[in-house]
Write a protein that binds this ligand. Structure first.
Ligand SMILES: C[S@@+](CC[C@H](N)C(=O)[O-])C[C@H]1O[C@@H](n2cnc3c(N)ncnc32)[C@H](O)[C@@H]1O
Length: 200
């Protein structure tokens, strides 16, 4: 996975990770960062991975999301062609681009999920195009964005797709079963969101 793409030979779009969020948080320039500044300060200054019920770890890219991305790269494409996919607890959004994404925190969606989805959609570098630092430059065709159909949801699993109106063929999730208290909510949202014969 590369770290940045060069847009129109001028602007560089970097893949967002925890370090980038730290930089943005220090500036507190954006209104939506200032709104969440109290817990954000704690996450950034104390290197806290989780604050139970407040921040659920989405800024960091956890090891299992890399395992999930590797696993998906080995799967037959037919699993995803013309399928509706939902990633629960997406954080950095490594696994895919034609997917609906959910994270507990709105700030995670805005600061890391959305920009990374954009990069994953616009750039598909070959391994030999990525340098030793993980950087690559590609000419991007912004028309690729016409094919991006993604929705982004934030909030608790208990309130996601409450009536089961959204139905998915595939539901992905990684590093989301660390808290016994939330197992039931995760189970329930998967059950009401997965089509009959769908895959998890
Ligand atoms: C440890 S992070 C994992 C992020 C990403 N999947 C990865 O592997 O890098 C756990 C994720 O689970 C989600 N999560 C945890 N508890 C949740 C809850 N009660 N409701 C909604 N999402 C929750 C958060 O969105 C958070 O980003």
């Amino acid at each position: 996975m590369g770290e940045c793409i060069l847009l129109n030979n001028k602007s560089i779009l970097y893949r967002r990770c925890l370090a980038d969020v730290k930089l943005m948080a220090a500036g507190k320039e954006d209104e939506y960062i200032a709104k969440d500044s109290q817990w954000l300060d704690q996450v950034m200054l104390e290197n806290t991975d989780l604050i139970d019920g407040v921040y659920e770890g989405g800024f960091k890219t956890w090891e299992c999301s890399l395992d999930l991305a590797n696993y998906l790269s080995e799967c037959d494409d037919s699993i995803f062609v013309n399928k509706r996919v939902l990633e629960l607890g997406c954080g950095s959004a490594l696994p895919g681009s034609h997917v609906d994404f959910q994270d507990y925190n709105e700030l995670v969606i805005k600061l890391v999920t959305m920009p990374n989805t954009l990069i994953n959609t616009l750039s598909k570098p070959e391994t030999n195009e990525i340098d030793s630092k993980g950087l690559f430059e590609v000419d991007v065709d912004l028309k690729a964005l016409d094919n991006l159909h993604a929705s982004f949801y934030s909030g608790d699993w208990a309130t996601l797709n409450e009536n089961g109106t959204e139905q998915y063929d595939v539901i992905l999730t990684s590093e989301t079963i660390y808290s016994c208290e939330t197992h039931q909510k995760l189970h329930d949202v998967m059950k009401r969101s997965l089509r009959p014969n769908g895959n998890m």
